[in-house]
Structures are given as C-alpha cells and as structure tokens.
Design a protein around this ligand. Structure first.
Ligand code: ZN
Length: 319
C-alpha cells in the first residue's frame, strides 16, 4: 500500500509550522501500512530491555527515553493481555524511537506518530512529552509483531479501545483530557459528525485530513462499544476485523445500527452535561485547534445526517 503523503496532508490542514499547539492536532496516532522506516540521523543513544528498545535521535531526549522504557515495560504486557489474554514471549523486542519536536527533521516538517512496516514506533514531542501517543502506537506495534494484518479503520478503533483500557487518561490528541462522549456530542450538535461508514470507507481520504473529527469520533465510538459489548466481544472483533461483515459477525448488528445506538447515548450524555456549551467552547478554543478548519459536510465529506441502512461493506454513498 502506498505511504500517505503526510506533508501534503498536513499542508491541506493549514497548519502553521511555527507553533507546536497548532500542530498537535495531527498527533495522528497512525499506523502507516507499507511505510518504510524513514531515514533518520544516527541515534544519540539507545537503551534496551528484553521487551523494548528505546533509542533517540533528539539529543535532549535521554531522560524521556528512560521514562519511555519504564512506561512501555508496563504497557506492552497490559496490551498483550487485553488483546490475547496472555503474555507473549516474543524474541523480538519492540523498538521505539524518540525523534524530538513534532516540527523537525531535515528538511523541517511536521511529523506524525506512527508505526512503520518494520514495527518500529516513531514518536514526536508535543509540548513537554513524546509519550502522549505511546499506548495507542504500542497497540499497533504489538499487532505488527504478531503479524496481524493491518486493519485500517477497524484496527484504529481497536487501538483506541485497548489504549483507553490500559491508559484511560489522555491529556493529548484528540480530546485533550475532555470526556470523549462530550467531544463527540459537540461534533454532533455542530452538524460536523462524520458518519462512521464514511470514515471506514474513505479511510485514506478522511483519516488524517479530518483527524480531529475522525479520531475523536472513532475513539469515542469504540470506547463506548467496548463498554457496551464487553472485552471478550472486542477480542472476538480482533479475529473478524478486516471482514466487510466484521460488525455483524461479532456484535450481531451492522456498523450503522451500532453507530445509531451510540449517537443516541452521546446525545443524551451531551444534553445531560450541565456545562456542555462551555466545554464545547473550551474544546474549540484549544490552541491545538486554532489553525484548523473542521472538515465540513458537502465540502470534505458526504453529509452529517444520519446514515441510511446498507449492508456492511457495500459501496460508499459518497466516494
Ligand atoms: Zn492508530
């Protein structure tokens, strides 16, 4: 699969290259299928345990490398447990590279956390830390290490759920510490909620370009799905994801049916949140969103109205 053209995507998001918060919006939390490890400068340092190897090419990242190693040592077993209900004695440690600031490299460009084809996790510093995206990226890395075929939308959802289970607090992208349901509710009442089937069917076109909406909506949907269906069902989903009928096969309902039920819960939750309007303003005023024009129905995606039923895997309504 072709590597997404990240610089072009970032440019299309109209990000100012000079302010980190403006760029934090694309702490994209992606696994890039087929992407090769990008050339980097020689590591400034490396430290390793049997489970993880952390290296860094940012000269000021030695302390963070230590913290990253400690965190990964806890997260990898927890992720294996959630995904496979057992520890995996792998001869291959997971490699994590800390590259320094989000905007960097040679030539300088905005850079997005990702897992490359070799299974190496690449992290960048947003504000004070490289580690906001680590749990999510480690889910992708464990799946790559176990040779689970890449599952795009479904895998992103699974990564959102597992990373929420093993590390519920997320002070970074895409919710910045706010309740995922309230963030989703705000997209819904703003008429800017991208329907799940469109995010799934046009993954390449929408996932990064509309990353605030795609990641916050999909994350909240899958976190709710896990709460509603239970962890065993989510593990069964791991076996069926990538199939067009994965949702029906696992949960007995189509993606659209599940989405409709979730949206009803989101709407109720949002309406019952006493300061929802304040939270909505607060979220949209975050420095990270300063430079972002949210993707809009009719311009960037089909429409935000409730989707009509169609079989999972049918042609998208909006190409
Ligand atoms: Zn991801």
């Amino acid at each position: 699969m072709a590597t997404p053209d990240l610089p072009r995507v970032l440019e299309s998001m109209r990000i100012r290259a000079t302010s980190w918060p403006g760029m934090a919006l694309v702490a994209g939390l992606v696994a890039v299928p087929g992407a090769q490890a990008r050339p980097t400068s020689l590591p400034a340092g490396t430290q390793s345990t049997p489970l993880v190897v952390v290296d860094w090419d940012a000269t000021d990242a030695a302390d963070e490398a230590h913290a990253a190693e400690k965190m990964a040592e806890k997260l990898v077993p927890a992720i294996e447990q959630e995904l496979f209900q057992r520890r995996i004695e792998s001869p291959r440690p997971i490699r994590i590279t800390l590259h320094g600031d989000f905007y960097g490299g040679n030539p300088p460009q905005a850079r997005v956390p990702h897992v490359d084809a070799a299974g190496t996790v690449h992290l960048y510093r947003y504000g004070p830390t490289h580690l906001h995206a680590m749990a999510h990226e480690l889910v992708h890395a464990v799946l790559r290490r176990e040779n689970v075929p890449y599952g795009r939308f479904d895998e992103e959802g699974l990564a959102a759920w597992v990373s929420h289970v093993v590390r519920p607090s997320n002070a970074g992208f895409p919710t910045y510490g706010q309740d995922p349901a309230v963030v989703s509710g705000h997209w819904l009442v703003s008429g800017l909620a991208i329907p799940m089937n469109q995010i799934r069917d046009d993954f390449r076109g929408l996932n990064l370009r509309c990353s605030f909406q795609t990641y916050s909506l999909r994350n909240a949907f899958f976190i709710d799905l896990g709460e509603q269906q239970g962890n065993d069902a989510m593990r069964r989903f791991l076996q069926t994801m990538r199939s067009p009928s994965a949702f029906s096969d696992t949960f007995g309902s189509t993606l659209i049916e599940l989405e409709r039920e979730w949206l009803a819960r989101v709407e109720r939750r949002y309406e019952r949140t006493p300061n929802a309007a304040d939270l909505r303003r607060e979220y949209r005023a975050l420095p990270a969103l300063d430079d972002v024009n949210a993707c809009a129905p009719g311009r960037d995606f089909g429409d935000a109205s409730p989707t009509t039923d169609r079989p999972d895997g049918a042609s998208p309504r909006f190409p």
